[in-house]
Design a protein around this ligand. Structure first.
Ligand SMILES: Nc1ncnc2c1ncn2[C@@H]1O[C@H](COP(=O)(O)OP(=O)(O)OP(=O)(O)O)[C@@H](O)[C@H]1O
Length: 360
Protein backbone atom coordinates (compact mmCIF):
# COMPACT_ATOMS: atom_id res chain seq x y z
CA UNK A 1 0.00 0.00 0.00
CA UNK A 2 2.79 2.34 -0.92
CA UNK A 3 4.03 4.47 -3.73
CA UNK A 4 7.31 3.37 -5.32
CA UNK A 5 9.55 5.98 -6.85
CA UNK A 6 12.81 6.29 -8.76
CA UNK A 7 14.22 9.81 -8.88
CA UNK A 8 16.78 10.32 -11.64
CA UNK A 9 18.26 6.85 -11.07
CA UNK A 10 21.18 5.48 -13.05
CA UNK A 11 22.63 2.00 -12.71
CA UNK A 12 25.46 0.63 -14.86
CA UNK A 13 27.14 -2.77 -14.95
CA UNK A 14 30.63 -2.07 -16.27
CA UNK A 15 30.08 -0.33 -19.61
CA UNK A 16 26.41 -1.35 -19.83
CA UNK A 17 24.05 1.34 -18.60
CA UNK A 18 21.06 -0.79 -17.55
CA UNK A 19 19.01 2.12 -16.16
CA UNK A 20 19.75 5.59 -17.51
CA UNK A 21 18.47 8.52 -15.45
CA UNK A 22 14.95 7.17 -14.91
CA UNK A 23 12.18 9.10 -13.16
CA UNK A 24 9.24 6.87 -12.34
CA UNK A 25 6.44 7.08 -9.78
CA UNK A 26 4.16 4.11 -9.20
CA UNK A 27 1.03 5.19 -7.38
CA UNK A 28 -0.58 3.63 -4.35
CA UNK A 29 -2.62 0.49 -5.10
CA UNK A 30 -2.09 0.52 -8.83
CA UNK A 31 -1.35 -2.46 -11.05
CA UNK A 32 1.72 -1.15 -12.85
CA UNK A 33 3.41 -3.03 -15.69
CA UNK A 34 6.98 -2.51 -16.82
CA UNK A 35 7.16 -3.61 -20.41
CA UNK A 36 9.97 -3.67 -22.95
CA UNK A 37 12.14 -5.93 -25.10
CA UNK A 38 14.90 -8.17 -23.67
CA UNK A 39 17.81 -6.34 -22.01
CA UNK A 40 15.96 -3.01 -21.93
CA UNK A 41 16.38 -2.71 -18.14
CA UNK A 42 13.05 -3.98 -16.75
CA UNK A 43 14.48 -6.37 -14.17
CA UNK A 44 17.06 -3.84 -13.08
CA UNK A 45 14.24 -1.41 -12.23
CA UNK A 46 12.69 -4.10 -9.98
CA UNK A 47 16.05 -4.93 -8.45
CA UNK A 48 16.58 -1.25 -7.61
CA UNK A 49 13.25 -1.18 -5.77
CA UNK A 50 14.08 -4.43 -3.97
CA UNK A 51 17.57 -3.28 -3.00
CA UNK A 52 19.20 -6.16 -4.93
CA UNK A 53 20.87 -3.49 -7.10
CA UNK A 54 22.22 -0.25 -5.70
CA UNK A 55 21.72 3.00 -7.67
CA UNK A 56 24.94 4.62 -8.92
CA UNK A 57 23.12 7.95 -8.66
CA UNK A 58 19.61 9.14 -7.85
CA UNK A 59 17.20 8.11 -5.09
CA UNK A 60 14.78 5.22 -4.51
CA UNK A 61 11.68 6.00 -2.43
CA UNK A 62 9.07 3.63 -0.97
CA UNK A 63 6.03 5.30 0.52
CA UNK A 64 7.91 8.59 0.33
CA UNK A 65 10.78 7.22 2.46
CA UNK A 66 14.28 7.31 0.98
CA UNK A 67 15.40 3.65 0.94
CA UNK A 68 18.36 4.04 -1.43
CA UNK A 69 20.76 2.76 1.21
CA UNK A 70 18.32 0.50 3.09
CA UNK A 71 19.06 -3.28 2.86
CA UNK A 72 16.53 -5.48 0.99
CA UNK A 73 15.17 -7.17 4.13
CA UNK A 74 14.10 -3.81 5.56
CA UNK A 75 12.19 -2.60 2.50
CA UNK A 76 8.98 -4.53 3.22
CA UNK A 77 8.39 -5.74 -0.36
CA UNK A 78 7.20 -9.17 -1.51
CA UNK A 79 8.67 -10.63 -4.69
CA UNK A 80 7.62 -13.36 -7.14
CA UNK A 81 10.25 -14.40 -9.70
CA UNK A 82 9.72 -16.29 -12.93
CA UNK A 83 11.70 -19.23 -11.60
CA UNK A 84 9.69 -20.13 -8.60
CA UNK A 85 11.63 -21.55 -5.73
CA UNK A 86 9.21 -23.49 -3.54
CA UNK A 87 10.85 -25.55 -0.82
CA UNK A 88 10.52 -29.13 -2.14
CA UNK A 89 10.41 -30.73 1.31
CA UNK A 90 7.56 -28.52 2.52
CA UNK A 91 3.88 -28.86 1.60
CA UNK A 92 2.08 -26.06 -0.23
CA UNK A 93 0.64 -24.95 3.11
CA UNK A 94 4.06 -24.96 4.81
CA UNK A 95 5.53 -23.02 1.88
CA UNK A 96 2.83 -20.40 2.22
CA UNK A 97 3.24 -20.25 6.00
CA UNK A 98 6.98 -19.72 5.71
CA UNK A 99 7.15 -15.90 5.34
CA UNK A 100 4.70 -15.48 8.21
CA UNK A 101 6.68 -17.82 10.49
CA UNK A 102 9.82 -15.87 9.67
CA UNK A 103 8.02 -12.80 10.94
CA UNK A 104 6.95 -14.66 14.08
CA UNK A 105 3.23 -14.18 13.49
CA UNK A 106 0.86 -16.08 15.78
CA UNK A 107 -0.59 -19.41 14.61
CA UNK A 108 -4.06 -17.86 14.51
CA UNK A 109 -2.90 -15.13 12.11
CA UNK A 110 -0.95 -17.63 10.00
CA UNK A 111 -4.00 -19.93 9.70
CA UNK A 112 -6.33 -17.07 8.81
CA UNK A 113 -4.03 -15.55 6.18
CA UNK A 114 -3.22 -18.86 4.48
CA UNK A 115 -6.92 -19.81 4.44
CA UNK A 116 -8.00 -16.52 2.93
CA UNK A 117 -5.25 -16.37 0.26
CA UNK A 118 -5.70 -20.07 -0.64
CA UNK A 119 -9.40 -19.46 -1.21
CA UNK A 120 -8.72 -16.45 -3.42
CA UNK A 121 -6.24 -18.46 -5.51
CA UNK A 122 -8.45 -21.61 -5.56
CA UNK A 123 -5.72 -23.78 -4.08
CA UNK A 124 -7.36 -24.83 -0.79
CA UNK A 125 -7.51 -28.47 -1.92
CA UNK A 126 -3.81 -28.50 -2.80
CA UNK A 127 -2.47 -27.27 0.51
CA UNK A 128 -1.31 -30.66 1.87
CA UNK A 129 0.54 -31.60 -1.33
CA UNK A 130 4.27 -31.28 -1.93
CA UNK A 131 5.59 -29.24 -4.91
CA UNK A 132 6.54 -32.42 -6.82
CA UNK A 133 2.86 -33.47 -6.68
CA UNK A 134 1.66 -30.21 -8.27
CA UNK A 135 1.47 -29.13 -11.93
CA UNK A 136 3.49 -26.11 -13.11
CA UNK A 137 0.44 -23.87 -12.91
CA UNK A 138 -0.44 -25.09 -9.43
CA UNK A 139 3.11 -24.53 -8.23
CA UNK A 140 3.01 -21.01 -9.59
CA UNK A 141 -0.22 -20.32 -7.73
CA UNK A 142 1.38 -21.52 -4.50
CA UNK A 143 4.40 -19.28 -5.17
CA UNK A 144 2.11 -16.30 -5.74
CA UNK A 145 0.15 -17.29 -2.62
CA UNK A 146 3.36 -17.33 -0.61
CA UNK A 147 3.96 -13.71 -1.63
CA UNK A 148 0.36 -12.70 -1.00
CA UNK A 149 0.08 -14.03 2.58
CA UNK A 150 2.17 -11.12 3.69
CA UNK A 151 0.84 -7.59 3.61
CA UNK A 152 3.91 -5.73 2.43
CA UNK A 153 4.16 -2.19 1.06
CA UNK A 154 4.01 -3.57 -2.48
CA UNK A 155 4.24 -6.78 -4.49
CA UNK A 156 6.85 -7.04 -7.22
CA UNK A 157 6.59 -9.72 -9.90
CA UNK A 158 9.15 -10.49 -12.62
CA UNK A 159 7.52 -12.45 -15.47
CA UNK A 160 5.65 -14.52 -12.87
CA UNK A 161 3.62 -16.57 -15.33
CA UNK A 162 5.91 -16.64 -18.37
CA UNK A 163 6.68 -20.33 -17.92
CA UNK A 164 3.01 -21.41 -18.07
CA UNK A 165 1.21 -22.47 -21.24
CA UNK A 166 -0.87 -19.92 -23.14
CA UNK A 167 -4.31 -20.89 -21.79
CA UNK A 168 -3.10 -20.97 -18.20
CA UNK A 169 -1.36 -17.63 -18.62
CA UNK A 170 -4.62 -16.05 -19.76
CA UNK A 171 -6.44 -17.51 -16.77
CA UNK A 172 -3.76 -16.46 -14.33
CA UNK A 173 -3.58 -12.88 -15.53
CA UNK A 174 -7.32 -12.43 -15.09
CA UNK A 175 -6.99 -13.87 -11.59
CA UNK A 176 -4.01 -11.71 -10.72
CA UNK A 177 -5.91 -8.63 -11.78
CA UNK A 178 -8.92 -9.67 -9.67
CA UNK A 179 -6.68 -10.50 -6.71
CA UNK A 180 -4.87 -7.20 -6.88
CA UNK A 181 -8.19 -5.38 -6.89
CA UNK A 182 -9.44 -7.41 -3.93
CA UNK A 183 -6.25 -7.10 -1.93
CA UNK A 184 -5.87 -3.46 -2.96
CA UNK A 185 -2.08 -3.38 -3.00
CA UNK A 186 0.49 -1.74 -5.22
CA UNK A 187 1.66 -4.37 -7.69
CA UNK A 188 4.59 -3.91 -10.06
CA UNK A 189 4.70 -6.46 -12.83
CA UNK A 190 7.51 -6.95 -15.34
CA UNK A 191 6.68 -8.58 -18.64
CA UNK A 192 7.98 -8.71 -22.21
CA UNK A 193 4.52 -9.76 -23.45
CA UNK A 194 2.67 -6.72 -24.79
CA UNK A 195 -0.72 -8.41 -24.73
CA UNK A 196 -0.23 -9.35 -21.09
CA UNK A 197 0.79 -5.81 -20.16
CA UNK A 198 -2.08 -4.24 -22.10
CA UNK A 199 -4.68 -6.56 -20.60
CA UNK A 200 -3.60 -6.35 -16.98
CA UNK A 201 -2.15 -2.90 -16.25
CA UNK A 202 -3.81 0.18 -14.82
CA UNK A 203 -0.77 2.02 -16.13
CA UNK A 204 2.39 0.86 -17.79
CA UNK A 205 5.90 2.07 -18.55
CA UNK A 206 7.51 1.20 -21.86
CA UNK A 207 11.26 0.81 -21.40
CA UNK A 208 13.76 1.54 -24.18
CA UNK A 209 17.48 1.02 -23.59
CA UNK A 210 17.37 1.85 -19.90
CA UNK A 211 15.04 4.83 -20.36
CA UNK A 212 11.30 5.30 -20.13
CA UNK A 213 9.85 5.74 -23.62
CA UNK A 214 6.31 6.41 -22.35
CA UNK A 215 4.14 6.03 -19.25
CA UNK A 216 0.37 5.85 -19.48
CA UNK A 217 -2.73 3.69 -19.39
CA UNK A 218 -2.80 0.88 -21.98
CA UNK A 219 -5.44 2.86 -23.86
CA UNK A 220 -3.30 6.03 -24.01
CA UNK A 221 -0.28 4.06 -25.11
CA UNK A 222 -2.15 2.20 -27.82
CA UNK A 223 -4.01 5.19 -29.23
CA UNK A 224 -1.48 7.92 -28.59
CA UNK A 225 2.02 6.39 -28.72
CA UNK A 226 4.79 8.90 -28.05
CA UNK A 227 7.07 7.41 -30.69
CA UNK A 228 7.40 4.84 -33.43
CA UNK A 229 9.29 2.64 -30.95
CA UNK A 230 6.24 2.52 -28.65
CA UNK A 231 3.79 2.17 -31.55
CA UNK A 232 5.75 -0.80 -32.86
CA UNK A 233 5.86 -2.58 -29.51
CA UNK A 234 2.14 -2.52 -28.66
CA UNK A 235 -0.56 -4.06 -30.79
CA UNK A 236 -0.64 -7.36 -32.63
CA UNK A 237 -0.26 -7.60 -35.55
CA UNK A 238 1.96 -4.54 -35.32
CA UNK A 239 1.25 -1.13 -36.82
CA UNK A 240 2.04 -0.63 -40.53
CA UNK A 241 4.62 2.04 -41.38
CA UNK A 242 4.74 3.76 -44.76
CA UNK A 243 7.49 6.21 -45.75
CA UNK A 244 6.52 9.33 -47.62
CA UNK A 245 5.98 13.05 -47.37
CA UNK A 246 3.29 15.59 -46.72
CA UNK A 247 2.61 18.09 -49.46
CA UNK A 248 -0.17 20.63 -48.88
CA UNK A 249 -1.92 18.45 -46.29
CA UNK A 250 -1.77 15.29 -48.43
CA UNK A 251 0.40 12.31 -47.60
CA UNK A 252 2.12 10.79 -50.61
CA UNK A 253 3.96 7.47 -50.13
CA UNK A 254 7.43 7.41 -51.60
CA UNK A 255 7.51 3.78 -52.76
CA UNK A 256 3.81 3.12 -53.32
CA UNK A 257 0.94 4.47 -55.34
CA UNK A 258 -0.77 5.74 -52.23
CA UNK A 259 -2.14 9.13 -51.22
CA UNK A 260 -4.14 10.09 -48.16
CA UNK A 261 -5.69 13.46 -47.46
CA UNK A 262 -4.46 13.87 -43.89
CA UNK A 263 -5.29 17.49 -43.25
CA UNK A 264 -3.72 17.23 -39.78
CA UNK A 265 -2.03 20.60 -39.66
CA UNK A 266 1.47 19.30 -40.41
CA UNK A 267 3.45 21.45 -42.82
CA UNK A 268 5.25 20.01 -45.83
CA UNK A 269 7.89 17.51 -44.69
CA UNK A 270 8.96 13.86 -44.81
CA UNK A 271 7.12 11.55 -42.41
CA UNK A 272 6.55 7.89 -41.69
CA UNK A 273 2.80 7.25 -41.71
CA UNK A 274 1.60 4.75 -39.10
CA UNK A 275 -1.67 2.91 -39.49
CA UNK A 276 -2.92 -0.02 -37.40
CA UNK A 277 -4.12 -3.15 -39.22
CA UNK A 278 -7.69 -2.66 -37.93
CA UNK A 279 -7.78 0.84 -39.45
CA UNK A 280 -7.05 -0.41 -42.96
CA UNK A 281 -9.98 -1.65 -44.99
CA UNK A 282 -9.77 -3.59 -48.19
CA UNK A 283 -12.17 -3.60 -51.10
CA UNK A 284 -12.35 -6.02 -53.97
CA UNK A 285 -10.91 -4.80 -57.23
CA UNK A 286 -8.62 -1.82 -57.72
CA UNK A 287 -9.77 1.49 -58.99
CA UNK A 288 -11.07 4.72 -57.66
CA UNK A 289 -12.74 3.60 -54.44
CA UNK A 290 -9.50 3.32 -52.50
CA UNK A 291 -6.34 5.31 -51.98
CA UNK A 292 -4.08 2.90 -53.77
CA UNK A 293 -5.02 0.50 -56.53
CA UNK A 294 -1.99 -1.65 -57.05
CA UNK A 295 -2.20 -4.00 -54.05
CA UNK A 296 -2.65 -7.75 -54.26
CA UNK A 297 -3.55 -10.24 -51.57
CA UNK A 298 -0.32 -11.92 -50.50
CA UNK A 299 -1.41 -14.05 -47.54
CA UNK A 300 -4.52 -14.56 -45.45
CA UNK A 301 -4.63 -15.81 -41.90
CA UNK A 302 -8.16 -16.68 -40.72
CA UNK A 303 -8.30 -16.60 -36.91
CA UNK A 304 -11.99 -17.24 -36.29
CA UNK A 305 -13.48 -13.94 -35.20
CA UNK A 306 -11.17 -12.02 -37.52
CA UNK A 307 -8.62 -12.51 -40.27
CA UNK A 308 -5.26 -10.94 -40.96
CA UNK A 309 -4.72 -10.19 -44.63
CA UNK A 310 -1.27 -9.32 -45.96
CA UNK A 311 -1.33 -7.22 -49.10
CA UNK A 312 1.65 -6.48 -51.28
CA UNK A 313 2.68 -3.78 -53.72
CA UNK A 314 6.23 -3.92 -55.05
CA UNK A 315 8.23 -5.14 -52.08
CA UNK A 316 6.01 -3.47 -49.47
CA UNK A 317 3.68 -5.61 -47.38
CA UNK A 318 0.91 -4.13 -45.25
CA UNK A 319 -1.30 -5.99 -42.80
CA UNK A 320 -5.04 -5.46 -42.56
CA UNK A 321 -7.32 -6.93 -39.92
CA UNK A 322 -10.83 -7.80 -41.04
CA UNK A 323 -13.85 -9.22 -39.26
CA UNK A 324 -14.65 -12.90 -39.80
CA UNK A 325 -13.40 -14.56 -42.97
CA UNK A 326 -11.91 -12.04 -45.32
CA UNK A 327 -13.44 -13.69 -48.42
CA UNK A 328 -10.41 -12.70 -50.47
CA UNK A 329 -8.27 -15.04 -52.51
CA UNK A 330 -4.51 -15.02 -52.94
CA UNK A 331 -3.30 -12.79 -55.75
CA UNK A 332 -6.60 -10.91 -55.94
CA UNK A 333 -6.39 -7.15 -56.60
CA UNK A 334 -7.63 -5.02 -53.75
CA UNK A 335 -8.12 -1.34 -53.12
CA UNK A 336 -7.04 0.04 -49.83
CA UNK A 337 -8.99 2.52 -47.74
CA UNK A 338 -7.34 4.36 -44.88
CA UNK A 339 -9.23 6.35 -42.29
CA UNK A 340 -7.26 9.65 -42.13
CA UNK A 341 -8.34 10.25 -38.52
CA UNK A 342 -6.62 7.01 -37.47
CA UNK A 343 -3.26 7.80 -39.05
CA UNK A 344 -0.15 8.50 -36.99
CA UNK A 345 2.75 10.58 -38.27
CA UNK A 346 6.29 9.86 -37.10
CA UNK A 347 9.54 11.71 -37.64
CA UNK A 348 11.64 9.57 -40.04
CA UNK A 349 14.84 10.32 -38.13
CA UNK A 350 14.07 10.14 -34.40
CA UNK A 351 10.69 8.36 -34.53
CA UNK A 352 8.84 10.99 -32.45
CA UNK A 353 5.06 11.04 -32.92
CA UNK A 354 4.51 14.40 -34.62
CA UNK A 355 0.85 14.46 -33.55
CA UNK A 356 1.39 13.21 -30.01
CA UNK A 357 -0.99 14.77 -27.50
CA UNK A 358 0.53 14.95 -24.09
CA UNK A 359 -2.13 13.75 -21.67
CA UNK A 360 -2.64 15.53 -18.41
N1 LIG B 1 24.35 -8.42 -12.84
C1 LIG B 1 24.63 -7.92 -14.06
N2 LIG B 1 25.88 -7.86 -14.51
C2 LIG B 1 26.17 -7.35 -15.73
N3 LIG B 1 25.24 -6.88 -16.59
C3 LIG B 1 23.97 -6.92 -16.20
C4 LIG B 1 23.57 -7.44 -14.92
N4 LIG B 1 22.23 -7.34 -14.82
C5 LIG B 1 21.79 -6.80 -15.97
N5 LIG B 1 22.82 -6.54 -16.79
C6 LIG B 1 22.72 -5.91 -18.13
O1 LIG B 1 21.91 -4.76 -18.03
C7 LIG B 1 21.01 -4.67 -19.14
C8 LIG B 1 19.58 -4.64 -18.64
O2 LIG B 1 19.28 -5.91 -18.07
P1 LIG B 1 17.88 -6.26 -17.43
O3 LIG B 1 17.96 -7.66 -16.90
O4 LIG B 1 17.46 -5.20 -16.49
O5 LIG B 1 16.92 -6.21 -18.70
P2 LIG B 1 15.48 -6.84 -18.90
O6 LIG B 1 14.72 -5.83 -19.69
O7 LIG B 1 14.91 -7.28 -17.61
O8 LIG B 1 15.83 -8.09 -19.83
P3 LIG B 1 15.10 -9.52 -19.95
O9 LIG B 1 13.72 -9.27 -20.48
O10 LIG B 1 15.99 -10.20 -20.95
O11 LIG B 1 15.12 -10.12 -18.58
C9 LIG B 1 21.33 -5.84 -20.03
O12 LIG B 1 22.20 -5.40 -21.06
C10 LIG B 1 22.03 -6.82 -19.12
O13 LIG B 1 22.94 -7.63 -19.84
Amino acid sequence: MSTLELVNVTKAYGNTVAVDGIDLKIENNEFFCIFGPPSSGKSTILRLFLGLAHADSGRVLIGGRDVTDVPPADRDLAMVFQNLALFPHLTARQNMEFPLRERRETQAIIDARVKSVAEKLHITLLLEKFPAQLSGGERQRVAIGRALVRKPSAYLMDEPIAALDARLREEMRVELKRLQREVGHTLVYVTHDQEEAMSIADRMAIVENGRIAQIGSPDEIYNNPASRYVAELVGSPPMNFIEGSIVSGRFRASKLDLEVNLDNGLSDRDIVLGIRPEDLSLHEGGGAQGHGSNFKVYETEPLGAYSIVDIIAGDIILKAQMRGLAGLSLGQEVALRIEPGHCHAFDPINGANLLHNVMA
